[in-house]
Design a protein around this ligand. Structure first.
Ligand code: SIN
Length: 274
Protein backbone atom coordinates (compact mmCIF):
# COMPACT_ATOMS: atom_id res chain seq x y z
CA UNK A 1 0.00 0.00 0.00
CA UNK A 2 1.35 3.44 -0.82
CA UNK A 3 0.09 6.84 0.22
CA UNK A 4 -2.39 6.84 -2.69
CA UNK A 5 -4.16 3.81 -1.21
CA UNK A 6 -5.25 5.66 1.89
CA UNK A 7 -8.39 7.76 1.59
CA UNK A 8 -7.19 11.27 2.41
CA UNK A 9 -8.99 14.60 2.19
CA UNK A 10 -6.69 17.62 2.21
CA UNK A 11 -7.41 20.33 4.76
CA UNK A 12 -5.45 23.04 2.99
CA UNK A 13 -3.19 23.11 -0.10
CA UNK A 14 0.06 23.10 1.87
CA UNK A 15 -0.72 21.35 5.14
CA UNK A 16 -2.92 18.70 6.69
CA UNK A 17 -4.88 15.68 5.53
CA UNK A 18 -7.81 13.85 7.07
CA UNK A 19 -7.49 10.07 6.76
CA UNK A 20 -10.88 8.38 6.32
CA UNK A 21 -12.04 4.87 7.19
CA UNK A 22 -9.24 3.76 9.46
CA UNK A 23 -9.37 2.37 12.99
CA UNK A 24 -6.05 3.31 14.59
CA UNK A 25 -6.51 0.97 17.55
CA UNK A 26 -6.34 -1.99 15.19
CA UNK A 27 -3.82 -1.06 12.53
CA UNK A 28 -1.47 -4.01 12.33
CA UNK A 29 -0.29 -4.61 8.76
CA UNK A 30 3.01 -3.19 7.57
CA UNK A 31 1.48 -1.90 4.31
CA UNK A 32 -0.76 0.53 6.19
CA UNK A 33 2.16 1.70 8.35
CA UNK A 34 4.26 2.30 5.20
CA UNK A 35 1.38 4.22 3.64
CA UNK A 36 0.95 6.31 6.79
CA UNK A 37 4.68 7.16 6.81
CA UNK A 38 4.45 8.44 3.23
CA UNK A 39 1.23 10.36 3.96
CA UNK A 40 2.76 11.95 7.05
CA UNK A 41 5.73 13.23 5.04
CA UNK A 42 3.42 14.47 2.28
CA UNK A 43 0.77 16.26 4.38
CA UNK A 44 2.81 17.12 7.50
CA UNK A 45 -0.11 16.36 9.81
CA UNK A 46 -2.82 13.72 9.59
CA UNK A 47 -6.18 13.70 11.36
CA UNK A 48 -8.33 10.69 12.20
CA UNK A 49 -11.89 11.12 13.52
CA UNK A 50 -14.03 8.82 15.67
CA UNK A 51 -11.18 6.92 17.25
CA UNK A 52 -11.24 4.90 20.45
CA UNK A 53 -7.69 4.11 21.48
CA UNK A 54 -6.25 3.15 24.88
CA UNK A 55 -2.84 4.45 26.06
CA UNK A 56 -1.37 0.97 25.47
CA UNK A 57 -2.76 0.83 21.90
CA UNK A 58 -1.54 4.36 21.18
CA UNK A 59 1.96 3.41 22.34
CA UNK A 60 1.90 0.19 20.32
CA UNK A 61 0.93 2.09 17.18
CA UNK A 62 3.57 4.79 17.73
CA UNK A 63 6.26 2.13 18.24
CA UNK A 64 5.71 1.13 14.61
CA UNK A 65 7.24 4.49 13.67
CA UNK A 66 10.13 4.53 16.16
CA UNK A 67 11.17 4.36 19.81
CA UNK A 68 8.98 6.28 22.25
CA UNK A 69 10.27 9.56 23.63
CA UNK A 70 10.24 10.58 27.29
CA UNK A 71 9.57 14.29 27.73
CA UNK A 72 12.29 16.16 29.70
CA UNK A 73 9.92 18.33 31.76
CA UNK A 74 6.21 17.48 31.41
CA UNK A 75 4.65 16.96 34.87
CA UNK A 76 1.40 15.08 33.97
CA UNK A 77 1.87 11.53 32.78
CA UNK A 78 -0.82 8.88 32.41
CA UNK A 79 -0.50 6.44 35.32
CA UNK A 80 1.45 3.34 34.35
CA UNK A 81 2.47 4.90 31.02
CA UNK A 82 5.48 7.23 31.40
CA UNK A 83 5.59 7.70 27.61
CA UNK A 84 2.02 9.09 27.53
CA UNK A 85 1.73 12.77 28.44
CA UNK A 86 -1.64 13.98 29.61
CA UNK A 87 -2.45 17.21 27.81
CA UNK A 88 -4.72 18.99 30.24
CA UNK A 89 -6.11 22.45 30.90
CA UNK A 90 -8.93 23.70 33.11
CA UNK A 91 -9.81 26.67 35.36
CA UNK A 92 -6.71 26.10 37.54
CA UNK A 93 -4.21 25.89 34.69
CA UNK A 94 -1.52 28.57 34.47
CA UNK A 95 0.44 27.33 31.45
CA UNK A 96 -0.44 24.90 28.67
CA UNK A 97 1.75 22.94 26.27
CA UNK A 98 2.60 24.54 22.95
CA UNK A 99 1.14 28.03 23.22
CA UNK A 100 3.90 29.40 20.98
CA UNK A 101 4.94 28.10 17.55
CA UNK A 102 7.33 25.17 17.88
CA UNK A 103 8.50 21.79 16.72
CA UNK A 104 8.34 19.45 19.72
CA UNK A 105 11.51 19.31 21.83
CA UNK A 106 13.70 20.54 18.95
CA UNK A 107 16.38 21.14 21.62
CA UNK A 108 17.06 17.36 21.69
CA UNK A 109 20.12 16.06 19.80
CA UNK A 110 17.68 13.78 17.99
CA UNK A 111 14.47 15.82 17.87
CA UNK A 112 11.24 13.81 17.76
CA UNK A 113 10.11 12.35 14.45
CA UNK A 114 6.47 12.91 15.24
CA UNK A 115 3.78 13.27 17.86
CA UNK A 116 0.37 11.64 18.17
CA UNK A 117 -2.28 13.48 20.19
CA UNK A 118 -5.60 11.82 20.99
CA UNK A 119 -8.03 14.45 22.23
CA UNK A 120 -10.63 12.99 24.56
CA UNK A 121 -12.38 16.07 25.92
CA UNK A 122 -12.79 19.37 24.10
CA UNK A 123 -14.00 22.78 25.31
CA UNK A 124 -17.41 24.07 24.10
CA UNK A 125 -15.57 26.32 21.65
CA UNK A 126 -11.93 27.17 20.89
CA UNK A 127 -8.86 25.06 21.57
CA UNK A 128 -7.92 24.74 17.89
CA UNK A 129 -4.38 23.76 16.90
CA UNK A 130 -2.58 25.50 14.03
CA UNK A 131 0.02 23.70 11.93
CA UNK A 132 2.51 25.19 9.45
CA UNK A 133 4.39 23.27 6.75
CA UNK A 134 8.05 24.33 6.83
CA UNK A 135 8.89 22.74 3.45
CA UNK A 136 6.29 24.88 1.72
CA UNK A 137 7.71 27.85 3.63
CA UNK A 138 11.27 27.07 2.49
CA UNK A 139 10.22 26.59 -1.14
CA UNK A 140 8.44 29.97 -1.13
CA UNK A 141 11.66 31.84 -0.31
CA UNK A 142 13.74 33.44 -3.07
CA UNK A 143 16.67 31.45 -4.43
CA UNK A 144 19.34 33.79 -2.93
CA UNK A 145 17.70 33.42 0.51
CA UNK A 146 17.46 29.61 0.15
CA UNK A 147 21.15 29.53 -0.80
CA UNK A 148 22.12 31.66 2.20
CA UNK A 149 20.19 29.46 4.66
CA UNK A 150 21.20 26.07 3.34
CA UNK A 151 24.40 25.19 5.21
CA UNK A 152 23.77 27.38 8.28
CA UNK A 153 23.35 25.90 11.76
CA UNK A 154 21.15 27.05 14.66
CA UNK A 155 21.14 26.60 18.44
CA UNK A 156 17.97 25.10 19.98
CA UNK A 157 17.92 25.68 23.74
CA UNK A 158 15.52 23.95 26.17
CA UNK A 159 16.48 26.01 29.22
CA UNK A 160 14.28 29.12 28.69
CA UNK A 161 11.31 26.83 28.04
CA UNK A 162 11.74 24.20 30.71
CA UNK A 163 13.23 26.23 33.56
CA UNK A 164 9.89 27.94 34.20
CA UNK A 165 8.06 24.58 34.51
CA UNK A 166 4.46 23.98 33.50
CA UNK A 167 2.42 25.79 36.10
CA UNK A 168 3.88 23.76 38.92
CA UNK A 169 7.16 24.31 40.69
CA UNK A 170 9.88 25.42 38.27
CA UNK A 171 12.03 22.49 37.21
CA UNK A 172 15.50 23.22 38.64
CA UNK A 173 18.01 21.02 36.91
CA UNK A 174 21.74 20.80 36.46
CA UNK A 175 21.42 20.86 32.68
CA UNK A 176 18.79 21.39 30.04
CA UNK A 177 18.61 19.86 26.56
CA UNK A 178 20.42 21.97 23.97
CA UNK A 179 21.51 21.13 20.43
CA UNK A 180 22.70 22.60 17.14
CA UNK A 181 20.78 21.64 14.00
CA UNK A 182 20.91 22.62 10.32
CA UNK A 183 18.65 25.60 9.55
CA UNK A 184 17.45 23.69 6.49
CA UNK A 185 16.82 19.99 7.01
CA UNK A 186 16.00 17.22 4.56
CA UNK A 187 13.05 14.90 5.11
CA UNK A 188 14.39 11.32 5.13
CA UNK A 189 11.25 9.87 3.51
CA UNK A 190 10.72 12.14 0.50
CA UNK A 191 13.93 14.23 0.35
CA UNK A 192 12.03 17.54 0.61
CA UNK A 193 13.90 20.40 2.28
CA UNK A 194 12.30 22.46 5.04
CA UNK A 195 13.15 25.21 7.51
CA UNK A 196 14.04 23.90 10.96
CA UNK A 197 14.00 26.95 13.24
CA UNK A 198 11.19 27.85 15.62
CA UNK A 199 10.24 30.63 18.03
CA UNK A 200 10.16 28.44 21.12
CA UNK A 201 13.58 26.82 21.04
CA UNK A 202 15.82 28.44 18.41
CA UNK A 203 17.99 31.17 19.92
CA UNK A 204 20.86 31.82 17.51
CA UNK A 205 22.24 31.07 14.06
CA UNK A 206 25.75 29.94 14.88
CA UNK A 207 27.62 31.36 11.87
CA UNK A 208 26.11 34.88 12.15
CA UNK A 209 26.58 37.77 14.56
CA UNK A 210 23.88 38.07 17.22
CA UNK A 211 22.35 41.06 15.46
CA UNK A 212 22.29 39.34 12.07
CA UNK A 213 20.92 36.19 13.64
CA UNK A 214 18.14 38.03 15.51
CA UNK A 215 17.01 39.78 12.32
CA UNK A 216 17.13 36.65 10.15
CA UNK A 217 15.37 34.45 12.72
CA UNK A 218 12.64 37.08 13.21
CA UNK A 219 12.06 37.11 9.44
CA UNK A 220 12.00 33.30 9.24
CA UNK A 221 9.59 32.86 12.16
CA UNK A 222 7.19 35.39 10.64
CA UNK A 223 7.53 33.77 7.23
CA UNK A 224 6.84 30.23 8.50
CA UNK A 225 3.76 31.48 10.35
CA UNK A 226 2.17 32.95 7.21
CA UNK A 227 -1.37 31.51 6.76
CA UNK A 228 -0.41 30.33 3.26
CA UNK A 229 1.55 27.43 4.74
CA UNK A 230 -0.97 26.54 7.44
CA UNK A 231 -4.01 24.56 8.33
CA UNK A 232 -6.07 25.20 11.46
CA UNK A 233 -7.77 22.23 13.03
CA UNK A 234 -11.07 22.46 14.92
CA UNK A 235 -11.08 19.49 17.26
CA UNK A 236 -13.90 17.23 18.31
CA UNK A 237 -13.55 14.64 21.04
CA UNK A 238 -12.06 11.27 20.02
CA UNK A 239 -9.94 12.72 17.24
CA UNK A 240 -6.28 11.80 16.75
CA UNK A 241 -3.78 14.20 15.18
CA UNK A 242 -0.41 12.81 14.11
CA UNK A 243 2.14 15.43 13.12
CA UNK A 244 5.59 15.17 11.60
CA UNK A 245 7.92 17.33 13.70
CA UNK A 246 10.50 17.30 10.92
CA UNK A 247 8.32 19.32 8.54
CA UNK A 248 5.62 21.03 10.58
CA UNK A 249 5.46 23.43 13.46
CA UNK A 250 2.34 23.90 15.54
CA UNK A 251 0.69 26.20 18.04
CA UNK A 252 -2.08 25.28 20.49
CA UNK A 253 -4.59 28.11 21.02
CA UNK A 254 -5.56 28.66 24.66
CA UNK A 255 -8.71 30.68 24.05
CA UNK A 256 -11.07 28.43 26.05
CA UNK A 257 -10.16 29.26 29.67
CA UNK A 258 -11.72 28.28 32.12
CA UNK A 259 -13.02 25.25 30.20
CA UNK A 260 -11.44 21.85 30.17
CA UNK A 261 -9.48 20.24 27.33
CA UNK A 262 -7.84 16.86 27.80
CA UNK A 263 -5.96 14.30 25.73
CA UNK A 264 -3.13 11.78 25.54
CA UNK A 265 0.08 12.59 23.70
CA UNK A 266 2.78 10.13 22.63
CA UNK A 267 5.99 11.39 21.05
CA UNK A 268 8.22 9.30 18.78
CA UNK A 269 12.00 9.63 18.81
CA UNK A 270 13.71 10.91 15.70
CA UNK A 271 17.19 11.08 14.25
CA UNK A 272 19.99 13.63 14.00
CA UNK A 273 18.71 16.17 11.41
CA UNK A 274 20.64 16.47 8.14
C1 SIN B 1 1.43 20.33 21.96
O1 SIN B 1 2.19 21.22 21.59
O2 SIN B 1 1.79 19.18 22.07
C2 SIN B 1 -0.01 20.64 22.27
C3 SIN B 1 -0.87 20.54 21.08
C4 SIN B 1 -2.31 20.74 21.43
O3 SIN B 1 -2.68 20.67 22.61
O4 SIN B 1 -3.11 20.93 20.51
Amino acid sequence: MNEQNLKIEKLAPNCGGEVLDIDLAHVSDEKTITALKAALAEHGVLFFRQQDITPAQQKELCRRFGELHLHPAWPRLVEGHPEVMEIYADKDTTRIAGEEWHSDVSCDLKPPLGTMLYLIETPPEGGDTLFANTCAAFEALSEPMRNLLDGLTAVHDGEPVYRQGYGEKAVERISYPRAEHPVVRTHPVNGRKGLFVNRTFTTKIVELTQRESDALLAMLFTHIEHPLFQCRFRWQSDVVAFWDNRVVQHLALWDYFPHRRRGHRVTIEGEVPF
